[in-house]
Write a protein that binds this ligand. Structure first.
Ligand code: SAH
Length: 468
């Protein structure tokens, strides 16, 4: 974080603006909106700012800047083009530890002006730490589009009940759950639509229900985190992460996805590596049960989909046996994520009428699979956890009838910005993989469909070679 975000109360406090033109007028207007008493320093004034002075909103002495002008100021904004004035005011303010912003001069500023969305009392400020103000404005436009204009009305409505709810629901988790229901449900809709009486009635009903609810009803959501790209998270997963008390996660879950969890949610790592189990599965199961019994809302976050080679089935069994409520939220499994990012259609009218997902995990140094079934023509075979047994897999598929020329793709860290691909055939893939030193999670895809992506890639690289 390059700058520290905070919201400053300027109600009734004094703020200084230096500059007499339109840029100064815009800053003065913003400060006035925040309730500040605004003084202006400029030898001459024009345009809108003159109007503010004439109306008595801004006080102006009509002389040049003097260090004493900073006396009693809570904030200074310099909006003049005169570089010597910019440097002087900035230096003098910094000596007195008064926050100062010089428009478009981050080096002279101790705070920056964010792009602002004002839905009073809700304020959203966006900063690129002075690197790209135009980008901040675009982000603002994106956020603005997704916020109802009446959002401020909803916040004011909630404020009226805040104290009553705090007294009624003393457990913070119960309060959080209650407010989630308010904002997501009918109360929120009614309040946004301006029907305060209806919203009030519905809120009281919800509060009565919440009061009589058992406060210790914990729950586990088994949530698929997708293959890595945070944009591939489902909306439901995102919502649950925002509400979780505890997030129990694996090695495959990326930091970006973990960062989407509620800031003060507890994070528990139970990752494991292939031959090096950090936390044994029964221990994970026990932990989930204990957390839910303690009344926590638990998100058990798993790479890809919980039910595809994710041991989600075992966790559900353990939770159900312990009488803990559990819900499964699917995620984009690695096969789907990698297929999309590599442009490999898993099925194709002409080349593959079936797609089989298998695990290539070694047990006692060997892979025990139905090789005859996997070696059938006109299907795509996707092998999870197979990178360590490629030689064995390729030779078994050839021995059971697949041509040695069958195309194979290895995709490491699929859908992330660290994605790498190795494409070859059953005859060559093991040697190529060893040369590539693949160390991240890697998926292996075997079948004619891999060849389709390969020929397209070749066309693409041919085009780029030709400068097209
Ligand atoms: N439940 C997960 C699979 C867990 S098994 C899912 O549905 O995707 C772990 C294996 O998944 C890894 O060894 C690798 O083969 C595969 N995998 C998971 N994420 C991957 C990714 N981003 N790129 C390539 N392979 C991945």
């Amino acid at each position: 974080m390059q700058t520290f975000p905070l919201f400053l109360s300027l109600q009734g406090r004094r703020a200084l603006v230096v500059g007499g033109a339109d840029a100064a007028a815009r800053k003065a207007e913003l400060l006035l909106k925040a309730g500040a008493q605004v003084s202006l320093i400029a030898e001459t004034v024009g345009g809108e700012i003159a109007h503010f002075i004439a109306e008595g909103h801004v006080s102006w002495a009509g002389c040049a800047f003097d260090d004493d002008d900073l006396e009693g100021m809570s904030l200074v904004i310099v909006a003049t083009e005169d570089e010597s004035v910019q440097a002087r005011v900035s230096g003098a303010a910094q000596v007195r530890c008064i926050p100062v912003n010089v428009v478009d001069r981050p080096a002279l500023s101790t705070f920056i002006m964010p792009a602002i969305i004002d839905r009073a009392p809700i304020t959203i400020a966006i900063s690129t730490a002075g690197t790209a103000p135009a980008l901040a404005r675009r982000i603002r436009a994106d956020i603005e589009r997704s916020l109802p204009a009446a959002l401020g009305r909803l916040a004011r409505f909630a404020e009226v009940f805040r104290e009553q709810v705090r007294r009624t629901l003393v457990v913070p988790r119960a309060r959080r759950r209650f407010w989630d229901r308010v904002f997501e449900g009918r109360v929120g809709e009614l309040a946004l639509a301006g029907d305060e009486i209806g919203a009030r009635r519905e809120l009281i009903r919800l509060l009565d229900n919440a009061r009589s609810e058992s406060p210790t009803a914990g729950m586990v959501h088994l949530v698929g985190a997708g293959p890595g790209d945070p944009d591939l998270l489902t909306l439901k997963a995102h919502r649950l992460l925002q509400r979780a008390d505890v997030v129990v996660y694996d090695r495959l879950v990326s930091d970006e996805i973990l960062a989407m969890a509620r800031r003060d949610a507890e994070r528990v790592y139970v990752g494991k590596r292939r031959a090096n189990h950090c936390v044994p599965q029964p221990e994970i199961n026990d932990r989930l049960v204990a957390l839910a019994r303690a009344g926590k809302s638990v998100v058990r976050l798993k790479g890809g989909d919980p039910f595809v080679f994710g041991r989600g089935g075992e966790e559900v069994e353990a939770l159900v046996a312990a009488g803990v409520a559990v819900e499964v939220v699917p995620g984009v499994t690695a096969a789907l994520g990698c297929a999309s990012s590599a442009g490999i259609p898993l099925t194709h009218r002409d080349h593959a009428q079936a797609c089989v997902l298998v695990t290539g995990h070694l047990k006692n140094g060997t892979v025990d699979l139905d090789w005859a079934m996997l070696s059938r023509p006109r299907q795509t075979v996707v092998i999870y956890m197979g990178a360590g047994a490629l030689q064995h897999i390729a030779s078994q598929l050839i021995a059971h009838g697949l041509p040695a020329s069958t195309p194979v793709a290895l995709i490491e860290n699929g859908t992330t910005d660290r994605e790498r691909r190795v494409v070859g055939t059953l005859a060559t893939i093991d040697r190529q993989a060893r040369q590539a030193f693949l160390s991240g999670p890697t998926l292996c895809m075997v079948g004619e469909v891999v060849g389709l992506a390969l020929s397209r890639d070749q066309e693409l690289s041919f085009e780029s070679r030709m400068g097209l």
